[in-house]
Write a protein that binds this ligand. Structure first.
Ligand code: MCN
Length: 779
């Protein structure tokens, strides 16, 4: 039997998901739960009082109404559970300023963004709870709205946190080499200001949580089902806010219909259902509406970069300056995760001898900001690739050729970029061949042919453009993860891991790793994940880390189990362990298949009654770098501002592939989101801090009919940093599209001298790139 590792086997989880049998958060069966509705502020910045809750309390079916005052000390504020302090290595090298964030369950006295939870109503059904919520009366004393970074950093700005003395949430500078000298001796200096609009993830199933109190033998436990990407971060937070011991709390993440980073933080609503379930002694459930998701779940992107690039006459980069601003909304939920990810990925795989990257994060009256698929990397790649395109124009050089001259080659790996990574370790790209990925994209994407067609079409008044962008991505960040693998007496194999899936196909890929080691059929392997009651310790499904960290932990556990099985079978068969091997789910004497035992037989004979198990762990020494090239070909209608993506090709290197089809699907899904960010999706606020794009009528996500075929080609440069040679892939697809598409649109509109400085490129924006007098009078 060939190992399933590396095979494009079908996803084991799909029959349940596709036939509606899988249990999503909203499907978890529980008798007569109460339903929670959140009262959210409609004013973005104000002091406020709750003036009346009586009307709501008297409303039909309402069981409870709470405000911050009613929750007492349980309301917090406590240090934000998903705010991560900068790692020691980062503190030692760049000494960043970053203000710790606090978390309140319900706003107390002051609101900082429209949509912030201020009260909650619990009732017999969601509709009665919603009706009750409308009756809670608030009195606002509005404060000036801080509607963007310029407002926030103005000297006379209204302060969101008066005790800070300003609106700066974080500030750091990273330097390498002599930037001044680099700019002084440059043959060419190009400058640009590049902006990426505010976006968010739009999972099929929005957020939700269900708290069931009183379980366990003594009735003193709490079980919380949540759509969270990180049950093991939520559990201690629940303990802090409720006062229950962590051991008495179990958090389970069922199927959740997508997360994309928006479900990785601890949210007030999860704490609310837990607190109210404990207070009322009954299950309490909350499933958000789409509008709540737009205002209540974190946002991301929203960066503005002032970039300068110095090059010599041959187009070799001498120095890079980028001073950028991040609008972190009312709270910078994860601290430096997103802002520093941008810094860490700005150089990409380019040789940049000198740089100065300065980042300032400002709080504003918008929904808090945190990681959304890509987490700061699409912004970095957008800024860098845009400025490279500008430099190519200035030098009169083909954009691909300019990249060729600056990319780090495979012979230079591992490549020390000279700055720290977010985890504090030195940012050393471990392995990869980005020049090869560029060449493959150019060749397979038909770059030269498209250039010829571009010239022909231009003569016919049609505007075709080609854009390329390369990137590297630190994947598989620590800390370590555990995995348990158990052979059960019936021959089944149980793999238990902490991290939950949001649709990435873990039940298949982790099973492939395990089945490959134990030589059992894939369908014998069952994955249990995302349940703190099964695996007590773990992190979150974020940062494209599962394949690397958990995958290697599963490999370790399966390897240890295989060792134990061989040792035990050696005694049972009275053979030398060195003469034994695992084959087709049996331990057998090499060359003598008749002398063998099924794994289940060995496990039953020597195990603990439930079979035989081993625990594995993998702690990455540092992140491992995936990389690739995106190539986009677009046609632009300059009159309507319509961009049609004609071809989209990704060459991607995530090291050893566990399942090529799943990798392709991960890339394709990511590209779809990236195209959304490049062309359609933006969370737009007015001057009063009201979200104007709070539904799918205004926040346009791409539809399958509007997307091109997304072609994915693999390079497979094994990682040096884990035994299986894997690098992550979950976010890769989202990183390249804004850069590649913006490059293609600017290229298409080159005859008009158009400059693309901002995403998304909605029709309105694109039409505005072309001067009116450049169009024929009858257009
Ligand atoms: N894989 C593989 N071979 C590799 C690398 C990965 O076969 N060399 C497989 C993995 O085994 C896994 C999948 O590809 O089944 C993604 O792996 P990985 O890159 O480790 O990413 P994670 O599983 O940690 O998922 C997190 C990542 C992130 S950060 C976001 S955001 C994201 C994403 O994955 N959100 C998603 N992909 C998503 N896909 C879906 N359907 N829904 C989301 O919410």
């Amino acid at each position: 039997m060939t190992s399933p590792l590396g095979q494009s086997v079908r996803r084991l989880e799909d029959p349940g998901i596709l036939r509606g049998k899988a249990q999503f958060l909203d499907d978890v069966p529980v008798d007569h739960p109460l339903h929670l509705a959140v009262v959210r502020t409609t004013v973005a910045h104000a002091r406020f009082k709750v003036v009346d809750t009586e009307g709501a309390r008297q409303a039909p079916g309402v069981a409870e109404v709470v405000t911050a005052a009613d929750l007492g000390p349980h309301n917090g504020p406590f240090p934000h559970p998903t705010w991560f302090p900068p790692q020691a290595g980062l503190r030692a090298t760049i000494d960043p300023m970053v203000r710790p964030e606090l978390l309140w369950v319900l706003a107390a006295g002051r609101v900082r963004y429209a949509g912030e939870p201020v009260a909650a109503v619990v009732a017999d059904d969601p509709y009665l709870a919603g009706d009750g919520a409308e009756l809670v009366e608030l009195d606002y004393e509005p404060l000036a709205t801080v509607s963007g970074v310029d407002d926030a950093l103005a000297p006379d700005a209204e302060l969101l946190n008066p005790d800070w003395g300003d609106n700066l949430s974080a500030h750091f500078t990273v330097r390498k080499g002599d930037v001044e000298a680099a700019f002084a001796r440059a043959a060419v200096v190009v400058r640009g200001t590049f902006e990426m609009g505010r976006q968010t993830g739009a999972p099929l199933e929005p957020r939700g949580a269900l708290a069931v109190p009183g379980s366990g033998p003594d009735g003193d436990r709490l079980t919380l089902w949540s759509s969270t990407q990180a049950p093991h971060w939520l559990r201690p937070a629940l303990a802090t806010f409720t006062g229950l011991d962590t051991e008495r709390i179990r958090v389970i993440a069922p199927h959740v219909g997508g997360g994309f980073g928006t479900k990785s933080m601890v949210y007030p609503e999860e704490l609310l259902v837990a607190l109210l379930a404990l207070r009322l002694g009954r299950p309490v459930k909350w499933v958000e509406s789409r509008i709540e998701h737009f205002v209540g779940a974190i946002h991301s992107r929203d960066q503005r970069h002032e970039v300068e690039l110095a090059l010599d006459a041959e187009g070799r980069i001498l120095g890079l300056r980028d001073h950028y601003l991040v609008d972190v909304g009312a709270s910078n939920v994860e601290g430096l995760v997103v802002p520093y990810n941008t810094t860490g990925h700005l150089q990409g795989a380019y040789r940049v001898p000198a740089l100065e990257l300065d980042c300032r994060c400002a709080v504003t009256n918008k929904t808090p900001l945190s990681a959304y698929r890509g987490a700061g990397r699409p912004e970095a790649v957008f800024a860098m690739e845009r400025i490279l395109d500008r430099a190519a124009g200035e030098l009169g050089m083909d954009p691909v050729e300019l990249r060729r001259r600056n990319l780090v080659g495979p012979d230079e790996m591992p490549y020390d970029t000279g700055i720290p990574y977010r985890d504090g370790s030195r940012l050393v790209i471990d392995a990869g061949d980005v020049p090869a990925s560029l060449e493959l994209a150019v060749r397979e994407g038909g770059y030269e042919d498209w250039r010829r067609r571009q010239a022909e079409l231009r003569r016919a008044g049609r505007y075709l453009g080609i854009g390329v962008g390369t990137y590297v991505e630190g994947t598989g960040i620590g800390p370590g993860e555990l995995a348990e693998v158990r052979i059960e007496p019936d021959g089944g194999v149980l793999v238990a891991v902490a991290l939950p899936s949001q649709g990435q196909g873990h039940a298949t890929t982790l099973a492939q790793i395990c089945a490959g080691v134990l030589t059992v059929p894939l369908d014998k392997v069952r994955l249990v994940q995302g349940d703190t009651g099964v695996v007590g310790e773990g992190g979150g499904t974020i940062a494209s880390r599962t394949a690397v960290v958990v995958g290697n932990a599963v490999g370790d556990a399966a390897g240890k189990l295989a060792g134990e099985l061989l040792r035990a079978a050696a005694e049972l068969l009275e053979a030398n362990p060195d003469d034994l091997e695992l084959r087709a789910g049996r331990v057998q004497v090499r060359g003598a298949p008749r002398q063998s035992l099924a794994l289940a037989e060995v496990a039953t004979l020597v195990g603990d009654g439930d079979g035989l198990a081993a625990t594995g762990r993998f702690t990455p020494p540092a992140v491992t770098f995936a990389s690739g090239t995106h190539l986009a070909v677009v046609e632009v209608d300059p009159w309507l501002g319509q961009v049609t993506v004609l071809r989209y090709l990704v060459v991607h290197d995530c090291g050893v592939l566990v399942n090529p089809t799943i990798v392709e699907a991960q890339v394709a899904g990511g590209v779809a989101q990236g195209i959304g960010g490049a062309l359609l999706e933006e969370l737009v606020y007015d001057e009063e801090g009201q979200l104007l794009t709070g539904s799918f009528m205004e926040y346009l996500v791409p539809r399958s009919t509007g997307l091109p075929d997304i072609e994915v080609l693999h390079l497979e440069t094994p990682s040096e940093r884990n035994p299986l040679g894997i690098k992550g892939v979950g976010e890769a697809g989202t990183i390249g599209p804004p850069a590649a598409i913006a490059g293609a649109v600017e290229d298409a509109l080159a005859p008009f001298g158009a400059r693309v400085d901002r995403c998304p490129l909605t029709p309105h924006v694109v039409a505005g790139l072309v001067p009116d007098d450049a169009l024929p009078a009858d257009a």
